[in-house]
Design a protein around this ligand. Structure first.
Ligand SMILES: [Zn+2]
Length: 475
């Protein structure tokens, strides 16, 4: 039996159009999926869109569309964007699908059978932007810190509640035990632990006033709270897709830090109540800042993945996104910085190396040897712990086979001044290193690996590429 690997991105809320923040999670998840496929795992890579809730209904109304039409339109934009970025997801889930809705209702019934749902009154401050209730403590100047331009609404409702508090001691125990801890990186784990020990209240999981949602199975006048509906997607896909049954629990939920609480507290508690296994790992990355500022529509500095691909190409964009992965802390990017990095690492680094070696090797009619290549240990370790920047750093800087080292070898040994057997040996050795580099780039830059494979194809003579892999860009 093949080993299985199940990785998910958050399902993106259709109120927003795709930006670089969505892309980073999706590109990294794609790299991890490709890496595991390469190792022979049977992989299930899931992404999709979250399509219910008040915000979607409001936006649809503004555009004169039905909620479903609006969701269809934005969902399609996400699909197109992922296609453009060469994302290899195995399935694209939509929460408005009938199959998903059925499973949501089943999970809620299971939780109810376990006596974990009760009716109560909810009074709170609601941020429509976040689609969640906030506490006084979380507000900044009376506004949601993530949505400073929106008013906070005071809402009083009769809702159905989930006994979240009942599961807090079990969650604390799981997190404190290193073997069962599922929250990464460490600083996020500490953040959650301290919040959990402060005390946690039960959460409302139904809405009476919001019509655009999954019908609440215990009361048809209510809909399921959009977050509960959304979280269940990770599980529902493994139920309604016939050949994915064995994939639950997920190996990794890759998420952004703004949704940490839902994924590491509410979701696991729901699973415990429904008697289902917990995901093995939740990794919450941080955000990009743009030239030192928060990325926001009002500042007009939002970077769209489509613009990125138009400028740097598919793999250029994937590389720039991955190498600046905001793994633990926020990571600052900007168009100038990206172009600089593209020119240094791709045009002058990788691209230049390939073209110099290919030119010389084609002239010398070098036949490429067939060698078995495996992932380097340090790289393996980094990628498996989501140390993405470190893992790419290895490809550029490994002293034995990294791009810098090979470029240096080419220059210092003045390969082009050699001749005969000596030249052949040097070129063969360098080509072997290039193929190793290419193998390690595959999860991040699959098209480039393919192109390098065409230039240096085992058993054949080297072919100089018709156009440069990464043309230099003006700033
Ligand atoms: Zn908000």
């Amino acid at each position: 039996m093949k080993r299985k690997y199940y990785i998910t991105t958050p399902i993106y809320y259709v109120n927003d159009i795709p930006h670089i923040g969505h892309s980073v999670t999706t590109v990294i998840a794609d790299a991890l999926a490709r890496y595991h496929r390469k190792l022979g795992f049977e992989v299930f890579f899931l992404t999709g869109t979250d399509e219910h809730g008040a915000k979607v209904a409001q936006s649809a109304e503004k555009e004169g569309l039905t909620s479903q039409e609006f969701a269809d339109k934005v969902s399609e934009r996400f699909k197109e964007t992922w296609k453009k970025l060469n994302i290899s997801n195995d399935y694209f889930i939509r929460t408005t699908s009938i199959e998903h809705k059925k499973i949501v209702q089943q999970v809620i019934e299971k939780i109810n059978n376990n006596k974990d749902i009760y009716k109560g009154k909810y009074e709170g401050l609601y941020c429509v932007g976040c689609e969640k209730f906030l506490t006084e403590k979380e507000l900044e100047n009376g506004k949601c810190p993530l949505h400073p331009n929106q008013e906070i609404e005071k809402q009083i409702e009769e809702n159905y509640f989930f006994r979240l508090s009942k599961y807090i001691p079990s969650l604390i125990k799981l997190i404190k035990n290193n073997k069962t801890n599922y929250i990464f990186p460490q600083n996020k784990r500490n953040e959650i632990l301290s919040k959990l020990t402060e005390g946690v209240e039960d959460v409302s999981i139904s809405r009476e006033k919001i019509k655009w949602g999954v019908e609440f199975p215990l009361d048809k006048n209510h809909t399921v709270y959009v977050w509960v509906d959304a979280l269940i997607n990770y599980y529902s896909a493994t139920r309604f897709l016939k050949n994915k049954k064995d994939f639950w629990p997920a190996d990794l939920h890759l998420i952004g830090k703004e949704i940490l609480w839902f994924h590491t507290v509410i979701w696991p508690a729901m699973l415990l109540s429904a008697d289902l296994p917990l995901p093995k790992k939740v990794y919450a990355h941080s955000f990009y800042t743009i030239d030192g500022q928060k990325m926001s529509k009002s500042l007009g500095n939002v970077i769209s993945p489509i613009d990125l691909v138009d400028k740097y190409g598919v793999d250029g964009s994937r590389y720039l996104i991955a190498s600046s992965f905001p793994q633990i802390n926020d990571s600052d990017i900007g168009w100038d910085k990206l172009t600089e990095k593209y020119n240094a690492d791709l045009a002058n680094g990788l691209g230049n190396l390939i073209s110099r070696v290919a030119r010389l090797a084609q002239k010398e009619k070098i036949i490429v040897k067939n060698t078995k290549i495996e992932f380097d240990n340090a790289y393996d370790k980094s990628i498996r712990s989501q140390n993405i920047a470190e893992c790419l750093f290895e490809v550029w800087n490994n002293p034995q086979w990294g791009i810098q080292a090979v470029n240096k070898k080419f220059n210092e040994e003045k390969i082009w001044e050699k001749s005969g057997k000596e030249l052949n040996n040097s070129l063969e050795e360098i080509i072997e290193m290039i193929l190793k580099i290419s193998h390690h780039l595959y999860p991040f830059m699959p098209q480039t690996t393919e192109e390098i494979g065409t230039i240096f194809s085992p058993g054949e003579t080297v072919r100089f590429p018709a156009k440069p892999l990464f043309p230099r860009l003006a700033k």
